[in-house]
Design a protein around this ligand. Structure first.
Ligand code: NAD
Length: 489
């Protein structure tokens, strides 16, 4: 397999970065060198912001009709589908995620792009004619301008597609900084966007490290809006950067979601949901249901069922269709996950499955791991582990379940399993998170907005609300006919 090398994508073409360094990406599963990206510089960012600014102020993209922008975005979605195999391979090689989940990511990315295309035609405002004699007000929705988008490594193509097509649909122009671990699909999709008809400068990609490229981009005076997805720690730094120029931002951050199983649930479905909650995407998922709460009356049997099924999780080659858990993103992250597992043992949680690094391979694999009897003071209850490690806590009453679920610094998502609609609705109302799902997990559709509360951030991604983040309202008040003087002569 040949190594892919990417230049920066600025002003509609691939150009050399201004620095001489490069970032080498090795497959986390095999150690093979799979890609090289430019180690971007602040100068690269300046060039990309300038290209996006010119495209916004003078270029055709913001001036095209919604229908024309929708046609281009639909062509991009088509191209993502026809290039699906290549994009899937890049995601598997660079992220280490199982191939069947990577296929879902690319299909999801194309679906998001198609949905964003439909929104390009729905960008409407409001008119008031009942606000006084001779007065008309037109409230129009405009593109916010040049936007900076920063994405993490766990769903490179998918999270890019939660942002880029929505920004483009609104008529914004974009500078995207993908994660330094997984930049390949961003460059591929930018090239496909150009092929689909996105004009030069409307969609720029600059690779590089967060401390150089990310920091400079999110604090850049030439940016009108920042949409960031990543860790809570980086997100709070990004908000500091944007505040210097009073730039609006949306930050989608970490999570520590509760997956609550009541005794009256469909326990087969809930057991599958427990596995999905923690092993999907290697557990490297912001909306993982990594804290499983089980009602005491069914706990022993239900936990035995979850452990028995988890024992069958196949950890290994992410290109194997049967693999359930692939390789973690890099050795530092693997060390972080093993540190959390060690803390779980030392702090007295009961290890009931796994607990070790998978041996006999150069890759960064970790066994499917489950702790029972986890208590709120333990590190594994509180910290986002971002690996295939499940924490189980037992509860007695609805009040206990809600108190435990809300006992976290995060507020991204929560899950409820119950056949009782009263339980579902009352618990959902009391959970402090932007997203709640009942009798399903890590589910969704492009129409449904994602947002966090507390340490999980603010702002919306996807849905009409996610689209509107890339817009702003302008109020035009017009007086026709005579205006009563305020200072009569
Ligand atoms: P990260 O915060 O380390 O990096 C995210 C991005 O920010 C990367 O592109 C990185 O280069 C960049 N960055 C780093 N320092 C920066 C700085 N000073 N200024 C600007 N940009 C900077 O996160 P990660 O490890 O890539 O991703 C995992 C985290 O992302 C987890 O916490 C996960 O929960 C979160 N996440 C959240 C969502 C969501 O929708 N809420 C989705 C996916 C991932």
């Amino acid at each position: 397999m040949s190594t892919r090398s990417y230049q920066q994508f600025i002003g509609g073409r691939f150009v050399d970065g201004s620095g001489s360094g490069s970032i080498e990406r090795r497959s986390p599963a095999t150690g093979d060198l799979v890609a090289r990206y430019c180690d971007g510089t602040p100068e690269d960012v300046d060039l990309a912001v300038e290209a996006a600014r010119i495209a916004f102020e003078e270029g055709p993209w913001p001036r095209m009709s919604g229908m024309e922008r929708a046609e281009v975005l639909n062509r991009l979605a088509d191209l993502m589908r026809t290039n699906r195999d290549r994009l899937v391979r890049i995601e598997v090689e660079e992220v280490g995620k199982p191939v069947r989940f990577a296929r879902g990511d690319i299909d999801g990315a194309a679906g998001l792009t198609r949905y964003a295309a439909s929104l390009a035609m729905q960008m409407a405002g409001l008119t008031y004619t009942n606000i006084g004699e001779g007065k008309t007000a037109l409230i129009s929705r405009e593109a916010v301008g040049v936007v900076a988008l920063v994405t993490p490594w766990n769903f490179p193509a998918l999270i890019l597609s939660q942002k880029v097509p929505f920004a483009l649909a609104a008529g914004c122009t974009v500078v995207l900084k993908p994660s330094e671990f997984t930049s390949g699909s961003a460059f591929e999709i930018a090239a496909l966007a150009a092929e689909a008809g996105v004009p030069a400068g409307a969609f720029n990609v600059v690779s590089g490290y967060g401390a150089t490229v990310g920091d400079h981009l999110t604090g850049h005076a030439g940016i009108d809006f920042v949409s960031f997805t990543g860790s809570t720690r980086t997100g709070s730094r990004v908000v500091g950067n944007t505040s210097r120029h009073l730039v609006k931002s949306s930050v989608e951050l970490g999570g520590k979601s509760a997956n609550i199983v009541f005794a009256d649930a469909d326990l087969e479905a809930a057991a599958d949901g427990a596995l999905m909650g923690v092993f999907f995407n290697n557990g490297e998922c912001c909306v993982s249901g990594s804290r499983l709460f089980v009602q005491s009356s069914i706990a022993d049997d239900f936990i035995a069922k979850v452990v028995a099924r988890s024992r069958k999780m196949k950890v290994g080659d992410p290109f194997d269709d049967d693999t359930d858990v692939g390789a973690l993103i890099d050795h530092n992250h693997l060390a972080k996950v093993t540190g959390f597992v060690r803390s779980g043992i030392e702090e007295g949680a009961q290890l009931v499955l796994g607990g070790n690094v998978a041996t006999g391979t150069v890759g960064h694999f970790h066994e499917a791991t489950i702790f029972d009897r986890v208590e709120p003071h333990m590190t594994i209850f509180r910290e986002e582990i971002f690996g295939p490690v499940l924490s189980i806590t037992r509860f007695d009453t609805v009040d206990d379940a809600v108190r435990l679920a809300n006992d976290t610094a995060y507020g991204l998502s929560n899950y409820i399993w119950s056949k009782n609609i009263d339980t579902v609705l009352t618990v959902a109302k009391r959970l402090k998170s932007g997203w709640v799902q009942a009798n399903t997990i890590i589910d969704g559709a492009p129409q449904l907005p994602l947002t966090g509360v507390k340490g999980s951030g603010f702002g919306y991604e996807m849905g009409q609300a996610g689209f509107e983040e890339f817009t702003q309202l302008k109020t035009l008040l017009i007086q026709t006919g005579p205006r009563a003087p305020v200072f009569p002569v």
